[in-house]
Design a protein around this ligand. Structure first.
Ligand SMILES: *Cc1c(COP(=O)(O)O)cnc(C)c1O
Length: 492
């Protein structure tokens, strides 16, 4: 019992029991107030909008026919939600646009170049920083220098342009992905890891002198946007040290990878993202980069390295094919936008939103029974086409059939990552399927809101529920390299 004097002089009695109840009530309210909300909100406001165009299913059917059932031939104005790629589709920030205006278009020695160089050196710590117009230009230059017949380039998984550039040089591109990374239904933290034992066995087999460099793709785009752990980067570095082979990072999604390391490797739970990024690059001798991904811009890239000899050759090739060393095929304003984008991509609020909203997309699909590659990676949700359209054999491109249906049904553009993209022929001309049949829904950075994503979730579930109507497809035309970009298809 407690005696309390009120303001008008009355004495009242309060039972301890009530006091306890009231204080408990306040504790609960305070705790709720301090708990972060469950709904992730986009960590930005919208300043400028771009209308999207609605079409009917009948219109989309004829548009698909005109596009030879290859969404790369669709006009973007006919696409409602464009998940074809997260490459160069980023919405730039007001600061980046301000930087574009402030770009110094000097051919040589532009201040925008030095801003870019400083920003890239700040995160990579590398000596030579060479701008290119895209990631593949960096790859072309790198493999023109180190590739060639009889050489092998191991990677956790080559991205399609990386593979093409390695092979175009005459060298062989070899994927050495950890076992768990090959199973879309298995959940693991770092499915992008290199299989280090297999890497060692491979080096012993072909000889270290035939391996100009080892590559690690972070995150592993073609393997489902899955991250590579710091432990794995260190282990690969040790192998590189043991054999005297340089390590290059295909760095396109370095910030997303760093965020996964922070979330999933206890050692880094309290390490700031920029420190994780610096440690990742610290193990590498060089990197190639498409700034169209974690550079947060619409075009650009770079190649960076410590080797003076290779850098000299790279600059020569750059001048022949891309442009002078202080712009590398880019408008200088683009370099300015990259410098700013590299700051924004390291913001943990941004990365949290980015990774969590991709997870949200995946969770809703999984809850509805739609088979996806688990767990969701950084930049995309991948439908597991082998299970989604299990009645279609790999040589009839199950993924492409889903891609076409998503567009026909809902105006969503996605891309097949399976037999169409990576299928090969054996010596008898028989189809050889890659390890996985996937459909990638890549999410442009800062472009779509949660309601766009909710719409797509509904549409995908509908297509899944009538999946037995999906039909197999066949190729009518294919090119020698990167055939998926220009292939013509029809239904079998
Ligand atoms: C996009 C990408 C590339 C190629 O970059 P571009 O800018 O498209 O030429 C290389 N590697 C990976 C992992 C990528 O995601």
């Amino acid at each position: 019992m407690l005696l309390v004097e009120t303001r008008n002089g009355k004495i009242i009695q309060i039972r301890l029991k009530y006091l306890l109840c009231v204080s408990l009530y306040y504790c609960v309210i305070k705790t709720i107030e301090n708990t972060p909300m469950k709904t992730i909100i986009e960590p930005f406001k919208i300043k400028s909008v771009e209308p999207i165009n609605f079409t009917t299913a009948a219109q989309r059917e004829s548009l698909l026919q005109e596009a030879f059932y290859n969404p790369f031939f669709l006009h973007s104005k006919d696409v409602l939600i464009d998940f074809l790629t997260d490459s160069g589709t980023t919405a730039m920030s007001s600061k980046q646009w301000a930087g574009v205006m402030d770009g110094d278009e000097a051919y040589a020695g532009s201040k925008s170049y030095f801003l870019f160089e400083n920003a890239v050196r700040d995160i990579t710590g590398m000596k030579h920083i060479i701008p290119t117009h895209q990631g593949r230009a960096a790859e072309k230059i790198l493999f023109s220098i180190v590739g060639g017949k009889g050489k092998y380039v191991p990677n956790n998984t080559h991205f399609d342009t990386t593979r093409a550039n390695v092979e175009y040089s005459g060298a062989e591109a070899v994927d050495i992905l950890c076992e768990v990374g090959k199973h879309p239904e298995q959940i693991a933290d770092f499915k992008g890891n290199m299989d280090v034992d297999a890497l060692v066995a491979f080096i012993e087999k072909v000889g270290k002198e035939n391996i100009p460099l080892i590559m690690l793709t972070v995150t592993n785009n073609s393997g489902g946007g899955q991250p590579v752990s710091m432990a794995n980067i260190r282990a690969v570095r040790n192998v590189c040290n043991a054999y005297g082979i340089p390590l290059f990072i295909d760095a396109c999604r370095f910030a997303e990878n760093a965020y996964f390391i922070k979330q999933r490797e206890p050692e880094f739970a309290y390490t700031p993202i920029d420190e994780i990024v610096r440690e990742m690059f610290g193990y590498a001798d060089g990197c190639t980069m498409s700034a169209k991904k974690d550079g947060m811009v619409n075009t650009g890239g770079w190649i960076a390295m410590n080797n003076d000899d290779w850098a000299g050759k790279a600059r020569n090739l750059l001048i022949i094919t891309e442009g002078f060393t202080t712009y590398g095929g880019l408008a200088r304003r683009d370099l300015e936008a990259i410098a700013q984008g590299l700051k924004e991509v390291l913001d943990e609020n941004y990365l949290h939103y980015r990774i969590r909203s991709t997870q949200y997309f995946g969770e809703k699909l999984t809850n509805a029974g739609v088979p996806i590659l688990m767990p969701t990676g950084g930049h995309a949700v991948y439908l597991d086409a082998s299970r989604f359209a299990s009645h279609i054999p790999t040589e009839q491109f199950p993924g492409q059939s889903i891609v076409c249906e998503l567009y026909r049904h809902a105006g969503i553009r996605s891309v097949e990552i399976g037999s169409l993209m990576f299928g090969k022929y054996d010596e008898h001309g028989k189809h050889v399927a890659p390890p996985m049949e996937l459909v990638r829904l890549a999410i442009p950075r800062r472009v779509y809101t949660q309601s766009h994503i909710d719409y797509c979730i509904e549409a995908i579930i509908e297509v899944y529920n009538s999946r037995e109507q999906l039909r197999g497809m066949k190729l009518l035309y294919e090119s020698e390299y990167l055939r998926h970009f220009t292939a013509h298809l029809s239904y079998v």
